[in-house]
Design a binder for this molecule. Sequence first.
Ligand code: VG1
Ligand code: CO
Length: 542
Amino acid sequence: MTIRTIATAPIAGQKPGTSGLRKKTPVFMGHHYLENFVQSIFDVVGAAGKTFVLGGDGRYFNDRAAQVILRMAAANGAGRVIVGQGAILSTPAASHLIRLNKTDGGIIMSASHNPGGPDEDFGVKFNMPNGGPAPEAVTEAMYKRTTEITEYRIVEAQDVDLGRVGRTSLAGMLVDVVDPVADYAALMETLFDFGAIRAMFQAGFRMRMDSMCAVTGPYAVEILENRLGAAKGTCVNAVPLPDFGGMHPDPNPTWAKALMDEMFGENAPDFGAASDGDGDRNMVVGRGIYVSPSDSLAVLAANAHLAPGYAKGLKGVARSMPTSAAADRVAAALGIGSYETPTGWKFFGNLLDAGRATICGEESFGTGSDHVREKDGLWAVLLWLNILAARKQTVAEILAEHWARFGRNYYSRHDFEAIATDKADAMMSALRGALPGLKGKAVEGMVIAGADDFAYTDPVDGSVSSKQGVRVMFEDGSRFVLRLSGTGTEGATLRLYLERTAPGPEGLDLDPQAALAPVIRAAHGIARIAEFTGRQSPDVVT
Ligand code: VG1
Ligand code: CO
């Protein structure tokens, strides 16, 4: 087989965002686009003699991209690549395989919660030998490389058969095709009390797991139905499809509406859950009650000791800055550390590696622990099931007791999508300019205690990330945060994060949007959202 060196030239805009490089699929399929980025990855991390994991969420172009990446890995001298059968791996399963096999990292093909298909989104990201997303210094180096690239290497060869489990070779590089589910399912068995959960299902507990035609289907069927004995049909939309069956695989009340309708309907199951394109996000719903991701993180932290994998307690809890402070209260009560990081899972890696945090979470439906270095949708679902089995209470009862003990942080995120980038930028810079004058001002009956642009110094390696979101904090503990999305592929998406604390015992049962109304009005007034963007109301409310 011939190794070919192909002349190329830099392509603008190959800058990874919150989680890898995401673009419209036709862009990714364009001349040299994927090749330039993959070569830049190998140029930065080195490939000679190394072992990598490769897999993706099965979206359109996943299979073709996998073949290109394999041929390029071989041409760059990689020794071995472990690939999920059919080029499929959920993001947490890929993270686990990287760690389990002590590989030199992995390439994940996914645009996660973004829709998939010929005209939708595709993405590629690199994970480090610890199993976690490459930190900013590494993604910056990859981006820099894309701006100076002159050639890439690829072998001329037929496709590798990824349909069959087993070992083959490609121009001297070993290719191990593995069952995408087996090792991940085995890991879950070490963390949770499968016996107790199985007994709960046997006693009639009913669940609906909506995989949204994305990657978790095979994992959910194997773990929930086959191993835990949930009734057949518990898992719906369980076959991964290249276009996710036209669904938008973002597990939130807007996009997982069918699940919400089921859980709020007559004769609803006891528990509902959904996951995203690449399986790292989760939404959990009780019968007639939605669990906000920030509350879910807090409940999981407060109850994790009920699962065997966490019986010795937690080392600490970390959350992204826009996530509510509910988890901080749990950490304080447990006497363990709490950490506030910028948005994106890559910032949790050092805390997990250093043993400072055991459980991490984001308001964007992401929770996970030190079992891998990614957020993990099914892990969260299983921890909830373990807690429900141990406490023998409903989701509603568990939440009510949680709020009574810790107080409640009313929380919501409002997304304004596909805004013209210049308008969004103008709004953010005007807001940044106004920050110094905000302290002490009274708005909507609340006094502003402080306002800043969040900057983070990693406590482990000292690296600094600035401009991570504008926050305006009020004296009563309420706050709002504004930042622009780093995962979108069309214009700008403005995210407005809203929080209001209710210490209890009064006022724990309000509708979140009603409870947050003054904070919402304050945010619109201070940030002048309508004036700059023309938008009065959000496209998606979670
Ligand atoms: C969003 C979320 C963030 C999450 C990221 C990747 O980023 O807000 O919390 O880590 O997506 O999640 P942004 O920059 O659009 O706000 V996933 O499941 O799409 O990899
Ligand atoms: Co995801």
